[in-house]
Design a protein around this ligand. Structure first.
Ligand SMILES: Cc1cc2nc3c(=O)[nH]c(=O)nc-3n(C[C@H](O)[C@H](O)[C@H](O)COP(=O)(O)OP(=O)(O)OC[C@H]3O[C@@H](n4cnc5c(N)ncnc54)[C@H](O)[C@@H]3O)c2cc1C
Length: 447
């Protein structure tokens, strides 16, 4: 792979990390990004202001020496803080070990740090304000246009990495090739972001080391801490119908709705109605596709091949993990890029499909079940079972969030574990029943 010329399209989280990994294999990388250079002070406008980074993402960042730098700028969240409608708070730990936490970090900070690291890499050349318009798959040529110039340029390379997000130009070209599978679906819910500012003394208005959830059945609000004492809140509400984004169009409606549904949040956001009405409403898409490569010429990473809804906090983590797995596949097939890309696509895509299902299922769990006693009881039981048999029972959330077990395997293992627990419970129940019958028979015989 040495001296291979790559064009990486998209300097988001996946594209900038992948560029570093390719350069470290000896590749010559040209990274093109439609936005302006965040190192020059421009903000990487993004879909969400902060993200939860966990084991998979941190492991990938470690490969390029960025793990500690990112952790230093992140706020650990050790569990969910559930805000009931009546105002009561319940804390549910995320992990099974004392150190288990997910880390809230600003998306801009994270992306800038990886771009800075890519910029320091001798084999990486960065081009910002450069929009990819089209791609010729067979010759690995992308057509780009600089924002300041009307003419287009054709950039030819040995291979292209499509890291241009959920609405990828590179993937849309692959979609027109024979036997390419593609599926896209939107949730009936969208999202809007608000900010809870720091207190007047610069502190946190809520518990800092938790991900706050206001579950309200068909809708919910969450809040993640930022290092400056503020929280980024995200409303996940339906687009239409009662209690939807479309239903609230005036300051009075907004204040009335929040006063009824999220009363404890109202005093924390002084300009609530203004923020709500100014904040854009965004949609939530799931993308599944296969295969992620075109021979040894083109390969996809991140949301470009598998956008997932954000309810497992795994989209960015999975995108980072893609980069590590693609890097490994290329090391495993040093003389055959097509074999490397095909192996990566074939082995990885079933797992991101499993993640897509998990993420949708977790939406229902977060907005509804987290408030229920049954859910809290199940989580407690999971922790007890893990403590009793740590090698045999690991909660699914822990496998997804605190290990690198492939997503699909984690789902299968979780099912196996519950089957075993149910079987054991049934056997114990049967044994108890038999003992009781035996005692009864013994007593009756003695009479
Ligand atoms: C509300 C919300 C909350 C989320 N929270 C979490 C979370 O807590 N944890 C988590 O792990 N994940 C989370 N995610 C998911 C995460 O944001 C994505 O999975 C992640 O950003 C994917 O990274 P990427 O690099 O593949 O794509 P992107 O981050 O979308 O980057 C794509 C890049 O390509 C550039 N680009 C696009 N088209 C072109 C073009 N034609 N030419 C040049 N450049 C182009 C874009 O400007 C962008 O910089 C969340 C997502 C949402 C929507």
């Amino acid at each position: 792979m040495k001296d291979t010329r790559y064009t990486v399209v998209g300097a988001g989280l996946a594209g900038s990390l992948m560029s570093i990994l390719l350069a470290r294999q000896g590749g010559q990388v040209r990274l093109v990004e439609q936005r302006s250079d965040p190192r020059r002070g421009s903000k990487m406008a993004g879909k969400s202001i902060n993200l939860a980074v966990s084991h998979r993402g941190l492991h990938a960042l470690e490969q390029v020496g960025l793990r500690q730098e990112i952790l230093d700028q992140a706020t650990p969240m050790r569990g969910r803080m559930i805000h009931a409608a009546a105002g009561t708070l319940t804390f549910q730990p995320y992990g099974t070990k004392a150190g288990h936490a997910i880390h809230s970090v600003s998306r801009g900070t994270l992306n800038r740090a990886i771009i800075q690291a890519a910029g320091r890499e001798p084999g990486v050349e960065l081009e910002f304000d450069c929009v990819c318009r089209d791609v010729d798959l067979d010759s690995a040529t992308v057509t780009v246009q600089d924002r300041s110039a009307p003419e287009v340029r054709h950039l030819q390379a040995d291979a292209i990495v499509g890291a241009d997000g959920a609405f990828s130009v590179i993937r849309s070209r692959l979609q027109r090739t024979d036997r390419f599978d593609y599926q896209q679906s939107y949730l009936t819910h969208g999202y809007k972001e608000l900010t809870i500012p720091a207190t007047s003394s610069g502190g946190f208005a809520l518990e800092a080391h938790a991900l706050h959830i206001w579950p309200r059945g068909g809708l919910m609000m969450i809040a993640l801490p930022n290092q400056d004492g503020s929280f980024t809140c995200t409303l996940f509400w339906p687009f239409t119908g009662a209690g939807s984004f479309n239903a609230l169009t005036t300051p009075a409606q907004v204040m009335d709705f929040f006063g009824r549904v999220f009363p404890d949040a109202v005093p924390l956001i002084p300009d609530l109605a203004d923020q709500y009405l100014a904040s854009s409403t965004n949609s939530l898409v799931t993308v599944r596709s296969r295969p992620w490569n075109h021979g040894g010429r083109v390969v996809l990473v991140g949301d470009a091949c598998h956008a997932v809804v954000p309810f497992y906090g795994q989209g960015a983590n999975a995108s980072f993990e893609d980069c590590v797995l693609l890097d490994q596949a290329m090391r495993d097939h040093p003389d055959d890029r097509a074999a490397a890309f095909s192996a990566y696509s074939a082995e990885r895509s079933p797992h991101t499909d499993a993640l897509a299902d998990l993420a949708i299922a977790n939406f229902v769990e977060m907005r509804d079940a987290t408030a229920s006693r049954l859910f809290r009881g199940r989580k407690r039981l999971e922790r007890v079972l893990h403590r009793l048999a740590p090698g045999l029972f690991i909660p699914l959330y822990s496998m997804v969030t605190f290990t690198s077990i492939p997503y699909g395997e984690a789902v299968r293992q979780a099912r196996r574990q519950w089957r075993t627990v149910i079987l054991l419970a049934a056997l114990v129940g049967l044994a108890v029943l038999m003992v009781l019958i035996w005692i009864l028979v013994f007593i009756l015989r003695g009479m």
